[in-house]
Write a protein that binds this ligand. Sequence first.
Ligand code: PEP
Length: 251
Amino acid sequence: MRSIIVAGNWKMNMDPQSGARLAAGILKGLEKKPAGCVVILFPPSVTIPAVVETVEGSQIGVGGQNLYFEESGAFTGEISAGMLKGAGCGYVLVGHSERRHIFGEDSELLARKLRAALDSGLAPVLCVGELLDQRESGDAEKVVRDQLGGVLEGIDDRELTRVMIAYEPVWAIGTGKTATPEDAASMHAVIREWISSSFGDDAAEEMTIMYGGSVKPHNAATLLSEQEIDGALVGGASLEAASFLDIIRSV
Ligand code: PEP
């Protein structure tokens, strides 16, 4: 049985005070109604300690939105896997499309980040997804397979059990456009097939693959009812406790 994950990517929103308030609101809502799924919050780095303190002792996990692959040193502005771990994180996003397309992160860099996350004991969420023109030209599946191969090469079977994947078509992120449940499920099947051919059937069967891209309370239930979709990575709708809780309750 694969875990169902509902994760909130707060992006560059929420200072420590407002982040702690939001986390407290989510926690309160979950107390009233057990989630039946794993909930993970990805606050900005400076807000992580406040969120970790707020959710301490609960089932809510906390992760970083980004990391650098070196452990320490002269890398101004960067944050290491060990630092995230020390701050109380159990997870980290690797290769979010905003990192790939705004900050120019390529597969070679992302592979090193994923390696650093695994070596430090974090569970990485590897984000993959195609641009609109790549979908329109029929290249979406190839793009996603190349992204998987470019980052997961060199990972062994045991390490793979700690990796989760988020399929996030770039054209659906923050745009209000959502992939149809069928389109999302079909790409999830492509991803699972790739995992199967590279790591075997059992690894593919166990891999958690979340969908991300304008998941909202009104569309979450339909997306999550697809057998191939093991959860949601939520951006905008995770910034308010009520809408994030509605998505969790639709699992
Ligand atoms: C995201 O940030 O990963 C995301 C999917 O954002 P949104 O839900 O706002 O599209």
